[in-house]
Design a protein around this ligand. Structure first.
Ligand code: ZN
Ligand code: FE
Ligand code: FE
Ligand code: ZN
Length: 274
């Protein structure tokens, strides 16, 4: 991996990029890659939403039959042309998913798996179409349930990185910071114990909350536990690649981080922050 010192700002790898196979992204993988090269990003990972054989959330992901299409689409981008391209997925956690996720993921030559939670039971809590449900639930209780699921996912040994750690804040519904701190503690302990990394994800800046995931407070708690970090834009279109990574780097440094991690075949290596 070569950092490009000529760029206007020294970029780090972008490890959270989608493709149109998920039915809610646009642009082909070559265009995402071109955008990354333009920005001087040394390495990217495509991490499209993993398909589920049990009819879970089919609107937002490829079908099981499309696994080979996805794999070939990404492996085709692994050329001598920079940036380097990693093969990843974003997997969702819900009750019972381990059964098929384990064989499904181990069958693929993956570099990294981001583990995310987008559902509490049948409620897609980050789906704009289900946003109004937030007005009818106990907000603190919902966050509590979220962190409990996250802790369970961390211990599943299915994933490498926790995606958008405080996603429930997306629409601005959140308990006071001290309450979030208390409920995040055990989840972060389990994440640290499992040896997982977390991502600093800038997509929150493009959402109503207008904040990076995770908050500075949660990132400080992660730092205390030596939880490694990586960076992601959660790009669903080419122009979102590397979106406002300078803000992510600033947040990471302010939390006391001096290094981040890269992945290859699920193995982490450390690099110093530019
Ligand atoms: Zn998506
Ligand atoms: Fe996600
Ligand atoms: Fe994503
Ligand atoms: Zn995501």
């Amino acid at each position: 991996m070569n950092f490009s010192p000529g760029a206007k700002f020294i970029m780090v790898p972008d490890y959270h990029i989608h493709t149109p196979l998920c039915r809610h992204a646009e642009g082909n993988p070559a265009e995402f890659k071109t955008q990354a090269r333009r920005l001087g990003i040394p390495e990217i990972a495509f991490t499209d939403h993993v398909p589920n054989p049990d009819g879970y959330d089919p609107r937002c992901r490829m079908s099981m039959e499309e696994w080979p299409t996805y794999r070939n689409l990404i492996l085709d981008q692994q050329t001598v042309e920079p940036p380097q391209v990693l093969f990843g997925v974003e997997a969702d956690y819900y009750e019972g998913c381990e059964r098929f996720l384990r064989p499904s993921l181990s069958n693929q030559p993956l570099d990294l798996v981001i583990g995310s939670i987008h559902y509490l039971g049948t409620w897609g809590f980050d789906n704009p179409e289900e946003r109004q449900v937030w007005d009818t639930v106990d907000v603190t209780g919902a966050w509590q349930k979220y962190f409990e699921l996250l802790g369970r996912f961390a211990e599943s040994r299915l994933i490498d990185v926790i995606g958008h750690l405080d996603l429930p804040k997306k629409f601005g519904y959140r308990p006071p910071e001290h309450a979030i701190r208390d409920m995040a503690h055990p989840a972060l302990d389990r994440i640290a114990q499992a040896g997982l990394a977390i991502e600093i994800n800038t997509s929150g800046l493009r959402k109503p909350v207008r904040e990076i995931y995770p908050s500075a407070m949660l990132l400080a708690l992660a730092r205390e536990r030596d939880i490694p970090i990586c960076f992601g834009s959660d790009a669903h279109k080419p122009e979102e690649v590397g979106d406002r990574f300078e803000e992510s780097l600033k947040l990471a440094r302010e939390a006391g981080y001096t290094q981040a991690v890269r992945f290859s075949a699920h193995q982490k290596t450390v690099y110093p922050l530019p």
